[in-house]
Design a protein around this ligand. Structure first.
Ligand code: ADP
Ligand code: MG
Length: 228
């Protein structure tokens, strides 16, 4: 069976008035269904560029991206994207915020509403459904943003440094928390971070990128043997 996602020698440069910035070179990796992969590299190396290419917001200049064996542009795989900022809307309640994606897609079906309600109660936001974002802690806001993304049942979830706005104490518990939710929901995910310990603690596999233009330095499978 073809991989859920495959990048084959992908390269991209940004063309600006002041010149060309080569962001990525020869990036190749694949992600299987159910895997949690982390992409780590220094700031500015091209991590967000990789996610934007996978999301289809950018088109590779070299190489190709396939999803379930089909070229990116022909794929029907649904991709969810969670950004660094939670982008919750202050004038909407938490409930209205988590329904936003479904509302925009006109998919507010009974089945999807039941799923959102289940997520809210499973992940401790039930009591806050009529609160507004400013009444929530940073960690809870991230959880709400995650539920908003999960509501669309993405088959592939992209997370771009989702914890970087949190202080280091909160960050540890929130990343544990979000990792647990994603495993429980059996999501295929790619987490971008510049924090190597976060990557190791959350992912099944860590892809280490070099400084810009990013090439893959190393791919490390993470396997903790709890028996020993
Ligand atoms: P990261 O997410 O690893 O911090 P990015 O993928 O955002 O890095 O950016 C990689 C490089 O490409 C950086 O040097 C950045 O300045 C440059 N870059 C990103 N987006 C653009 C753009 N729209 N135009 C020009 N340069 C860009
Ligand atoms: Mg980035």
């Amino acid at each position: 069976m073809p991989a859920l996602l495959e990048l084959d020698h992908v390269g991209l440069s940004y063309h600006t008035l002041s010149g060309e910035i080569q962001a990525l070179s020869q990036i190749s990796f694949s992600v299987q269904e159910g895997e949690f992969v982390s992409l780590v590299g220094p700031s500015g190396c091209g991590k967000s560029t990789v996610l934007n290419l996978i999301a289809g917001l950018l088109i590779p200049e070299q190489g190709q991206i396939t999803m379930q064996g089909l070229p990116r542009e022909h794929s029907v795989l649904s991709v969810g994207y969670m950004l660094q900022k939670d982008h919750l809307l202050e004038w909407r309640t938490i409930y209205k915020n988590v329904l936003l994606g479904l509302e925009i897609r006109r998919e507010l079906t009974a089945e999807k509403l039941a799923y959102v309600n289940q997520l809210l109660s499973d992940y401790g936001l039930d009591k806050f459904r009529s609160a507004h974002p400013s009444e929530l802690s940073g960690g809870m806001r991230q959880r709400a943003a995650l539920i908003r993304t999960l509501a669309l049942k993405p088959e592939l979830l992209l997370l771009d440094e989702p914890f970087s706005a949190l202080d280091s104490q909160t960050r540890l518990s929130v990343s544990d928390d979000i990792g647990r939710i994603l495993r429980q929901e059996k999501k295929t995910a790619i987490l971008v971070t510049h924090d190597i310990s976060e990557a190791i603690s959350m992912a099944d596999r860590v892809i280490i990128l070099s400084p810009r233009p990013a090439i893959i330095r190393k791919i490390v499978p993470i396997c903790f043997d709890l028996e020993n």
